[in-house]
Structure formats: structure tokens, C-alpha cells
Design a protein around this ligand. Structure first.
Ligand code: SF4
Length: 354
């Protein structure tokens, strides 16, 4: 098993990031932040989906002024995302739990200094959010939008904050493609002690984002890199969180909920396996304890999988088997299999809790 890179721990509104803290999942609202009611509704949706931290965009004064009302009722710590206007960061820093800036586009050093001072006063962490599409001119001219350019930009901005005595930093190095993203994070990792926020930026639709994020974040997590993450998606809020949590689970970093093993089906199949797996997935969503359950189309591989699964089902022609730890507990008609299987899953989950 890989070893997680030991990073400095920071505290973002009660959620610890880095060190040995669990890897957190973040997302971002898309309502205009000035519309506090809609923003809060989205924050609550994210909270119920299992999100740990939410980021809100603050492009204008009206948005900055709405932060107080949002913060009052938010069940999640809030990060204010600021570009260009340091005064907005100064307003946000009085209210929120963390600030994301790209110091390169905040302007004069004296302005960044003021933002740092405001964060220091309230112990707020700052995310240095390097984006391949908006590198400072000097790095862009010298390296172009490459991994090296992103790393140099991050080092420059980190040093800038360090020179001001500020070290409650997390860093992201996002590009819109997988190779540059992975290369940049890998390049920077041995050079600084700060926690990393992982993500592929502008990753696209649900389908493409899921693939890009799984490859990039999966590769990095298996390298032991990453302390918090976001799956950026042109899609539903809940889906970002669901994919983020699934990446953590399938990378072996989080042990909770059911792990469904199901076969891809083939010409030996004589049952409606797709429908059965969908029903199983839907009806086991609420289970929090870690359980391996297997739903297989025939006995060819079902018996082998069943030996490693807590509960298993093997379909056959018009009938099938339900198994616990490889032992057959019921032989039933096809239409009764899923119900009995789910009852065994609930039983196994209950036993595990006790
Ligand atoms: S378990 Fe059976 S039905 Fe499913 S893919 Fe394997 S051989 Fe085909």
C-alpha cells in the first residue's frame, strides 16, 4: 500500500486538511452569490450529498455583502473565491472560513499583503489556486501553460506568503487536461510541505469529468498525494460530490458504504442483471459500513467472487443463489432473489455495526 505524503495540517472552519486528516471533498455553488437564498439552498444540497467544504464565487461587492447572510445559515465551511479585486477578499475575510486567491491576478504586492493580514487576524487559511490558463505573465512567457510554469508560479506565490510569515496555505495546480495536472502536482509535491487541493479544472460534462478526474486524482492519490479534492463538472452539484467520494473509496482511501462487484454480462446471461444491479445500488445507498457485495450473472465467476464478498447473488436460468461469505443461504426463483439478497445485506450491515 502506498504511503500518504505527510503535509502540514490546516484548519478550515473546523475541517482539518493535511497531516493525517481524512481527505475532504469540496464543491462550488453556481447560483449568483448575491442571491443568498439560492446559494444557501445549493449549499444545503451539497451538505446532504456528503460534501465537506463549499466554495462560492465573489466577483462583485453585492456578492461579498451577501456572504454574512450565507455564512449564518451554512452547514458547511465556506471558501470565498476571489479574482482581481483584493477589496472583495478583505470583505470576505471578515466572514468566511477560507480564501482562495490567485495572488498573480490580485495585483500589487501591497494588496496581497493586506489580504494576508486580514486572514491572519481570523486564522483563515489561503488556497493558492494556480490555474494553467491564468499564469502570471513572467511564468507564462518563460514556460507557457506547462506543468513547470504552474509549479514555478506556485513556488513564487508560496514564497510570497511565507515571506509575510503566512503558512496556513493549501495549493492547487489545475490544468484542463490530465497529463499536465498530474505532472504539476507530482513535481511540486517534494518541494513544499503544504496540503494539496486536487482537481482537474474545466473538466467538462459529467461523463468526461468523471473520467478525467478519476484518472488524474486516482493517480495522484495512489502516489500518496492529495489532502482535499474537487471534481469539477458541468453537471449536477450532487454528482460532483458523489464522484469525488467514489474516487476516494475506489482508491482504497475511504472505507465506508457498499462496494458493488457486478459482472459486465455476456452471452451466458439468462437474467435481467442490469435492472437487478441498479436496484441493489439504489437500495444500498444508505449503508455506511464497508461491505463487499457481489451481483453476478451466472455461476462461472459468481462462486469465486462470492468467497470474497460479504453477500453475493448468482443468477441462473429462472433461478439463482444468495450467498454469505461463499456459503449458500438460499436457492430461489429469479423474481425473489433481489429481495432476499437485500435482506441479507441489511443483516450483514447490522451485524457489522454491533
Ligand atoms: S458472470 Fe457469467 S454472465 Fe457474467 S460475465 Fe461472467 S460468464 Fe458472463
Amino acid at each position: 500500500m502506498f504511503k500518504r505524503f505527510k503535509t502540514k495540517q490546516i484548519n478550515l472552519g473546523g475541517v482539518l486538511i493535511g497531516g493525517d486528516a481524512p481527505i475532504s471533498v469540496q464543491s462550488m455553488t453556481f447560483a449568483r452569490t448575491r442571491d443568498a437564498k439560492s446559494t444557501l439552498e445549493q449549499i444545503k444540497r451539497l451538505y446532504f450529498a456528503g460534501c465537506d467544504i463549499v466554495r462560492v464565487a465573489v466577483p462583485d461587492y453585492e456578492d461579498a455583502r451577501a456572504l454574512e447572510e450565507i455564512k449564518k445559515d451554512s452547514p458547511l465551511p465556506i471558501v470565498a473565491d476571489i479574482h482581481f479585486n483584493y477589496r472583495l477578499a478583505l470583505i470576505a475575510a471578515q466572514v468566511v472560513d477560507g480564501i482562495r486567491i490567485n495572488p498573480g491576478n490580485i495585483g500589487a504586492k501591497s494588496r496581497v499583503k493586506e489580504v494576508v493580514k486580514a486572514c491572519q487576524e481570523r486564522n483563515l487559511p489561503i488556497r493558492i489556486g494556480v490555474n494553467s490558463g491564468s499564469l502570471e505573465k513572467e511564468f507564462d512567457q518563460r514556460y507557457g501553460p506547462t506543468a513547470k510554469g504552474m509549479v514555478e508560479s506556485a513556488l513564487y506565490n508560496i514564497k510570497f506568503l511565507e515571506d509575510l510569515g503566512f503558512t496556513d496555505i493549501k495549493v492547487s495546480l489545475k490544468a484542463s487536461d490530465v497529463p499536465r495536472t498530474v505532472e504539476a502536482y507530482r513535481m511540486l509535491r517534494p518541494l513544499v510541505p503544504y496540503p494539496f487541493h486536487l482537481g482537474v479544472t474545466e473538466a467538462g460534462t459529467q461523463f468526461h469529468s468523471t473520467i478525467k478526474s478519476s484518472i488524474a486524482l486516482g493517480a495522484l492519490l495512489l502516489d500518496g498525494i492529495g489532502d482535499t479534492l474537487r471534481v469539477s463538472m458541468t453537471g449536477e452539484l450532487e454528482e460532483e460530490v458523489r464522484v469525488g467520494k467514489a474516487i476516494l473509496k475506489d482508491s482504497g482511501l475511504v472505507k465506508s458504504g457498499v462496494n458493488i462487484i457486478s459482472c459486465p454480462t455476456c452471452g451466458r446471461l439468462e437474467a435481467n442483471l442490469v435492472k437487478a444491479v441498479e436496484e441493489v445500488e439504489e437500495r444500498t445507498k444508505h449503508i455506511k459500513v464497508p461491505l463487499d457485495i457481489s451481483v453476478m450473472g451466472c455461476v462461472v465467476n459468481a462462486i469465486g467472487e462470492a468467497k470474497h464478498a460479504d453477500v453475493a447473488i448468482a443468477f441462473g436460468k429462472g433461478q439463482g443463489l444468495v450467498m454469505r461469505k461463499g456459503e449458500v443461504v438460499a436457492k430461489l426463483k429469479e423474481e425473489d432473489l433481489v429481495e432476499r439478497f437485500l435482506a441479507e445485506v441489511e443483516k450483514a450491515a447490522k451485524e457489522m455495526k454491533n
